[in-house]
Design a binder for this molecule. Sequence first.
Ligand code: ATP
Ligand code: MG
Length: 556
Amino acid sequence: MADDNKPLNFIQQIITRDLAEGVVEKVVTRFPPEPNGYLHIGHAKSICLNFGLAAQFGGACNLRFDDTNPEKEEDEYVHAIIEDVRWLGFQWDGEIRYASNYFDQLYAWAQQLIREGKAFVCELNAELMREYRGTLTEPGKNSPWRDRPVEENLALLEQMKNGDIDEGRMTLRAKINMASPNINMRDPVLYRIKKRAHHRTGDKWNIYPAYDFAHGQEDAIEGVTHSICTLEFAANRPLYEWFIDNLPVPSKPHQYEFGRLNLNYNITSKRKLKQLVDENHVDGWNDPRMPTISGLRRRGVSPAAIRNFCDSLAVAKTDGVVDMAQFEHFIRDDLNDNAARAMCVLNPLKVTFTNVPEGEVEMLSAAGHPNRDDLGERQLPFTREIYIDREDFNEDSSLSRKKFKRLVPGEWVRLRGAYVIQANDMVKDDSGEIVEILAEIIPGTLGEDAPEGIRPRGVIHWVSATECVDCEVRLYDRLFSDPAPEAGDRNFLDFINPESLQILQGCKAEIGLADAAVGNYYQFEREGYFSLDSRYSSPEKPVFNRTIGLRDTWKD
Ligand code: ATP
Ligand code: MG
């Protein structure tokens, strides 16, 4: 939703004016995905814009599937898109709409154009059609089939529809102007023969409408007032308007174009995302490294973070590239406010306290969140054996306090929410690797400063070794190692980061995380933000995805 202090973007200005002048009474927008892939972060910008405008101006926003091409469309995508829009927090007006609901009406309108001498059945094949179309600098030529009699056109269209004519043999084209400087106006194709079953209309049709012939009329049928699309459709606008002006449509929508969202280190082409999935470069459309809405959800990004990010973006008449760091800022910002705090040791090293009796469990507690009382208190059992992270111990006690604010032999650290401890000794295995630290707790330091002369180097996280949850942790890096994997004629596959997924086994999480649920957000103190993986996690073996690291890992 728009922030009251933000200047209105150009579309908000147009709507404000249209409402003030009574050009429209109620704003109606739509989000029109083609069900040929999963939604990505670029779509989120369009969703937030369309649903956001409807909410801001007291209007309505439709969800309409642009299912005019049965070759690439599937029900799986329809379901995924519905789930994603809902999860982002938006509710469409009334029923879900489908372009395929309007196929009969579109066909009737095509017949009407024929009757009025504004459309014809053309028999140029694809190659000749291209040749006749002309170029940006040269006009096109009229098709030899342009002046077919009306009755013949109507009969042929019927045969095309019924499947009596082979694919590629004929098309229905509008009769506009082959000399137009706008190539879109050079007798564009309205219908192509495709002998394909459609995911909703089955075998009923053997012809399917072109995007240009369908989109504006669908908008008009639904009473859409402001039809917002991305800039690449600017040159299609005259055609959009030509159909609206030449057909008895029930309303007069207007098309407006805005700049698409491109995020560096990412790709936002459905075709390329599908290739990543089909060729198994990733673990499905919802792989946590994918810029898809479902991937971001599985990664542990909240819907609010996506909405806040999208609302921060300029709605402009130019395309631009947005820095991934800007998105990450919104992800952290939201998780910092909302993620429950917890401790998890990713690379466990055992510490045994020689002055704590075996079998003793002292129940300590800590805040669920430093400034969210509603997130309650968490229980932290303290025991003779705990785990700390290997990174938090160094056997070189000559390391300066400034450089290494963690545990070294002979010195102290504070355990987060627990005692100050002192490392006395270490146990190594045959290969010389440290396998255990022998230490002592400093009595009286629970919630109290250490006595004179005992100076902890820092604060580290820990987990009881006997009262904990064994888990797997998945750390992610950017899927592409280059900021512009699709620039120029590059092959984006060449820039896949081979180290974008690191799987850690045997991590130790605090006991309360036994109750973690998919869709909950956690901050593992000092490690970052985490969330349960919806695909691989099970009650027996929780699997946590790292959504994103903390800004400053050692800020304590
Ligand atoms: P395709 O190439 O398959 O058409 P598309 O990304 O345009 O892919 P659509 O399903 O047609 O996919 O998109 C639905 C809506 O989302 C359209 O209105 C489109 O303009 C908008 N959209 C798509 N990508 C972006 C993007 N990167 N930024 C902003 N809006 C986008
Ligand atoms: Mg599109």
